[in-house]
Write a protein that binds this ligand. Structure first.
Ligand code: ZN
Length: 295
């Protein structure tokens, strides 16, 4: 009798767990705060703070039991920018797909930022510690809800030096079927409570998914900044650019430029936390629709 009650309780708790929050909101903010603290010295590619960020990202993936992509988390590359040689490192994790293991959805953000200039630390809280911290929310969700497609969680390096990490990754993956790139860059700061999505004009499946989407939050999801509305065109503004060049469908999520953009005031204290949590909920919900759709 007791045993059957226990079994019943276990069964009952399964749907309850599934309907509970799919990621830890407090941890989302904590991780953003950590990554954008002065200790990481602005995370400039090739510098100490950047290497610290790599270790931090790997540590968080390991805590969440997320597998490395291929045999390792770190994928090194080199490139030239502004007449200088750099070494960059992408940090990549993956969840194997249950139905379409050979079709990939790449969820990306960049962990590098501008470093220290004139004694001022450019912490890049919104740009793009916000996207990186969101990768761990994805990891929390996917650990409990295995995806149909193989999902790569990509923490790219050297975005600020010309989308270098993403370029390298896309080139390396040219013989792999990537069905969608979801790129998050600056998703935590919007006093207007608006997040933009770019990319629907290039793909009818994604367009239909975004049009049908039931936004679970009070934050506005706006289609725009995509070359159709006279606003700044973001089609190539961040790491989704190389995916788009390779004809891979993408959705890019970002907030409008604010006074902190590429300034030392891009700090944790200046983000808009409710907007940030809502952004992540929106992006994660859209991911679910995309994964379900069998692109
Ligand atoms: Zn950025």
């Amino acid at each position: 009798m007791k045993k059957s009650i226990l079994v019943l309780l276990v069964f009952l708790s399964i749907p309850i767990c599934n309907f509970a929050q799919s990621f830890d909101e407090a941890k989302l903010l904590d991780r953003l705060k950590t990554l954008s603290s002065d200790a990481f010295e602005g995370r400039r590619t090739g510098e100490k703070g950047n290497a610290m960020a790599q270790e931090y990202i790997i540590k968080e993936f390991k805590k969440l039991n997320v597998d490395a992509f291929g045999s390792k988390y770190k994928h090194a590359f080199s490139f030239k920018a502004g007449g200088k040689e750099y070494n960059g490192v992408n940090v990549l994790a993956q969840f194997k797909g249950t139905e379409y293991p050979n079709k990939y959805v790449v969820v990306s953000a960049h962990y590098d930022h501008l470093g220290v200039k004139d004694g001022k630390v450019y912490n890049g809280a919104d740009d793009d510690a916000s996207g990186i911290a969101a990768l761990f929310s994805f990891a929390e969700y996917l650990s409990k809800n295995p995806p149909k497609h193989t999902v790569v969680l990509a923490a790219f390096d050297a975005e600020e030096l010309g989308l270098q990490g993403a370029k390298y990754f896309v080139e390396k993956m040219k013989n792999t079927t990537i069905v969608t790139n979801l790129n998050m860059d600056m998703i935590s700061r919007s006093p207007k409570n608006e997040i933009y999505v770019v990319g629907t004009r290039y793909n009818k499946n994604l367009k239909a998914i975004v049009e049908k989407f039931k936004n679970p939050t009070s934050t506005k999801l706006l289609v725009g900044h995509d070359g159709t509305d006279g606003k700044q065109d973001w089609t190539y503004s961040s790491d989704h650019g190389p995916f788009h060049r390779a004809k891979i469908p993408f959705l890019y999520f970002g907030d409008e430029d604010h006074p902190g953009y590429h300034n030392p005031t891009d700090d944790f204290e200046n983000i808009t936390p409710e907007f940030y949590k809502n952004s992540v909920k929106i992006i994660l919900s859209l991911f679910k629709e995309i994964d379900k759709s069998g692109l």
